[in-house]
Design a binder for this molecule. Sequence first.
Ligand SMILES: Cc1cc2nc3c(=O)[nH]c(=O)nc-3n(C[C@H](O)[C@H](O)[C@H](O)COP(=O)(O)OP(=O)(O)OC[C@H]3O[C@@H](n4cnc5c(N)ncnc54)[C@H](O)[C@@H]3O)c2cc1C
Length: 461
Amino acid sequence: MEPILFKMACASGAQSRMSCEYVSHVQDKDGVTVTVKDRLTDKNFTVSAKYLVGADGGNSLVAEHASLPFEGKMGVGGSMNILFRADLSKYVAHRPSVLYWVMQPGADVGGIGMGLVRMVRPWNEWLIVWGYDINQPAPTVDAAMATQVARQLVGDPKLEIDLISANTWTVNNMYATSMQKDRVFIMGDAAHRHPPSNGLGSNTSIQDSFNLAWKLAAVLKGHAGPKLLDSYTQERGPIAKQIVTRANQSIAEFGPIFEALGMDGGVDHEKIRHNMDARCDATPAAEKQREALRKAIEFKKYEFDCHGVEMNQRYASVAIASESSKPPGDGIDMELHYVPTTWPGARLPHVWVFGKDGKPRSTLDITGKGHFTLLTGIGGEAWADAAKMIGKKLGMDIKVRVIGPRRDYEDHAGDWASAREVHDSGCILVRPDHHVAWRAMKASADAESELSTALLNILGH
Ligand SMILES: Cc1cc2nc3c(=O)[nH]c(=O)nc-3n(C[C@H](O)[C@H](O)[C@H](O)COP(=O)(O)OP(=O)(O)OC[C@H]3O[C@@H](n4cnc5c(N)ncnc54)[C@H](O)[C@@H]3O)c2cc1C
């Protein structure tokens, strides 16, 4: 029996295109029995599987039926998407961008706090994101309402649009504190429900599946013990909390911009317009207002230029042979800046190395792809032999890459030597999901035993 994954392939909530849908499940110690509805015949049938993975989005039924614990709140703001065609070249072609944030009096009611005009195709297809008051029922966004919103945001009272589609959605602030109940897992928006700020949704959802897929495969193939699966929540749970917190905080951090512009959330639009215009005056107060606005915009680097949030994910779990040393990054703003490291638990840094054909390969391309990989250098031959031997014993194909002059891969510029944090004769064991599982600083007299102990622990044997 294979695990089953409840998920449609696209991110647009295309439930209507499914022929089957998850209805309910029961699990016992050997597997999960899932009731599925065939939408064409309207009949239910059951599927038996070893594991069930709910990737069924922000209103996950799988999470609900598994009684998984959550923290936070759903529906903290209301938003609508309006997809339309209109030629806006005269407003944007000379100042090209992908996202245009539009501050208008009245835009700071509910939702994301302002209007977002997002380019879909230059310059005639657009997506507007606009807020609605969450304390009121969600509006029906018809062509008339969509046109009115588009006219207001573009600032052209005569604008005509060709509405393609519209829907409403809520800003959520909720994450699962456990992503597993025995043989049932959740991933993606099912586990972390947050607004699009920082663009964390799809990436984090894909990371969840990258994290869980190889573990399920290893357990089902008999390479790993079921304990390995405990590491899923241990590793991805803290990330769920982190990104939900970050995305919601990024909405709150628009506040100083609204404040500097004098957008007070009130309904006196004339007053707000006057406040906004005041920044253009030649007065000390206006200069202060301009400075406040500059600072408020600069602070938004925590949403728009914030690499550390995702790149510094460092796992601590049963599937990582952690080190007692302090992880690198002391004194660095870890939300803003990526600190590459091979510290166990961190994502393997990308570095270009060169194959025998002289072509550049990323360290991320010579690792992963469903396998554990051992990276070593000159003097690390014993690690390489040990990896092959252990792989044979476990029935797993552990890949070995030796990086150094006249070896599998050359490190012409010394970039790998600078990034790897171990000696030439040391080694780094990389998991199929590109996270470092374990490393040894230098050669060992008993490489096989050391590597084998580390790997067996990681695999939950
Ligand atoms: C306006 C907006 C802008 C966004 N912008 C970004 C961005 O710039 N970058 C980014 O990374 N993310 C962004 N996101 C977030 C991103 O779209 C989501 O995080 C991502 O789609 C989540 O993927 P998922 O597979 O977990 O869930 P979903 O994409 O919601 O997929 C869940 C699937 O499960 C199906 N399903 C539901 N119930 C059942 C059932 N009972 N049985 C079977 N199937 C079921 C649904 O039909 C759907 O196809 C944005 C989201 C919004 C709303």
